[in-house]
Design a protein around this ligand. Structure first.
Ligand code: ADP
Length: 300
C-alpha cells in the first residue's frame, strides 16, 4: 500500500547483506520506512526492517538500535536481529509484529475499544513504559501507532513497543538523573503529548505516562476534546485547563486517580508504577474483566 511520491529506499526482491530479502513495505513513518523481509538464512522467517536514508537530515536509527539492544529480553520489545549501514541507507532488522493499535482502533465502528480491551492493552503498555524507563530511557512518543500486537499464535496477545526514534536517556552512565535542560524542542505527537512537551520543557518519566493516559481515555471514549485542533499551543492550553470530570465522563473513577498521581510528579520523581498498575487491576476486578476475554479484534 505504498503511496509515497518520494522514491523508496529499498525495492522488492532486493537482498540486504546476502540475508534479508525485501517482500513489501509495511509502513512509512515520519523518519524511516518499514519493510517486511524474509530471512534467507533462517527458513525464510519473516522479519521487519526499518531503514533510514544516509542523507536523512535527522539520523535517528542509531538511537533506535541502542535502545532496542538494551531492551532485549524484555516482554514488550521486538527481537533485535541485526543492523548496519552503507552509502545509501542505515538499517535495523527486528522481529515482525502484527497490526498497530491505531489501525485496530480505526477499524472499530465507533473508533473506540471496549473497556476490557482498553484496560488490558493499557496495562501492557504501562509495563512496556516501565521497561524502557528501567534501562534509563524515555520513549517520548507514546501513541497508538507505536504499539503493535504480535502476529504469531504464541504472541498475538502481547503488545510490542515500537519506534525509539525520539527516545532520550534520562540516566547517565552512573545511573544518576541527567540534569534537566531549561528549554527543549517539542518532541512527540500533538494529540498525545504531555503538557511538559507543549511547554518545550524537559520531559520526564511521568510524561510518557501522561501520553498513555490520553491514549487510554481515547480508547474508552472514542475521542479526545482536542482531536480536531491543529494548533499545538491551543492543544497545550486545553490539556492544561481540562476539567478531569468532563474529560473522563465515561471512564472508571480509577482514571481520575491515575491522573492525580501523575499531577504530583516532576522531572526528578520516580512514578509509582505499582500504584498505577493496581488502579488498572482494580478496574479489571470491578468490571469482571478477565485476561482470557477476547480482544475486540478477535471477535468475528
Ligand atoms: P517511524 O519512526 O518512521 O514513524 P515506526 O517505527 O513508528 O516508524 O513504524 C511505523 C509503522 O510501521 C508502525 O506504526 C507499525 O505499523 C509498522 N512497524 C514498525 N515496526 C514494526 C515491526 N517490527 N513489525 C511490524 N510492523 C512494524
Amino acid at each position: 500500500m505504498a503511496s509515497s511520491s518520494e522514491a523508496e529506499i529499498l525495492r522488492v526482491s532486493q537482498v540486504i547483506r546476502d540475508r534479508w530479502k525485501i517482500k513489501s513495505k509495511v509502513g512509512g513513518g515520519g523518519f524511516g520506512e518499514i519493510y517486511e523481509a524474509s530471512d534467507l538464512q533462517n527458513h525464510n522467517e519473516s522479519v521487519a526492517i526499518k531503514v533510514e536514508s544516509s542523507k536523512a537530515t535527522k539520523q535517528v536509527l542509531k538511537m533506535e538500535v541502542a535502545v532496542l539492544r538494551r531492551l532485549q529480553g524484555k516482554r514488550h520489545a521486538c527481537k533485535f536481529y541485526g543492523c548496519g549501514r552503507n552509502d545509501e541507507f542505515n538499517y535495523l532488522v527486528m522481529s515482525l509484529q502484527g497490526k498497530n493499535l491505531a489501525d485496530f482502533r480505526r477499524e472499530t465502528p465507533r473508533q473506540c475499544f471496549s473497556l476490557s480491551t482498553s484496560i488490558r492493552i493499557a496495562h501492557q503498555i504501562l509495563e512496556g513504559i516501565r521497561e524502557i524507563h528501567s534501562i534509563g530511557f524515555l520513549h517520548r512518543d507514546i501513541k497508538p501507532s507505536n504499539f503493535a500486537m504480535g502476529r504469531s499464535t504464541s504472541n498475538q496477545r502481547t503488545v510490542y513497543m515500537l519506534d525509539f526514534g525520539l527516545a532520550r536517556q534520562f540516566l547517565n552512565q552512573k545511573g544518576e538523573m541527567r540534569s534537566p535542560r531549561s528549554a527543549a524542542g517539542f518532541r512527540g505527537t500533538v494529540r498525545y503529548a504531555a503538557v511538559t512537551a507543549h511547554k518545550n520543557k524537559e520531559m520526564g518519566r511521568q510524561d510518557d505516562l501522561w501520553s498513555l493516559f490520553y491514549m487510554l481515555t481515547e480508547f474508552i471514549q472514542g475521542s479526545l476534546p482536542w482531536r480536531k485542533i491543529k494548533d499545538k499551543d491551543e492543544v497545550g492550553r486545553m490539556k492544561e485547563n481540562v476539567d478531569l470530570n468532563s474529560l473522563l465522563e465515561e471512564c472508571p473513577l480509577e482514571l481520575h486517580q491515575f491522573a492525580l498521581h501523575l499531577k504530583t510528579l516532576g522531572y526528578m520523581d520516580t512514578p509509582d508504577y505499582d500504584y498505577l498498575s493496581r488502579l488498572l487491576s482494580q478496574v479489571e476486578r470491578e468490571n469482571g474483566i478477565s485476561q482470557d476475554d477476547p480482544f475486540d479484534w478477535e471477535i468475528n
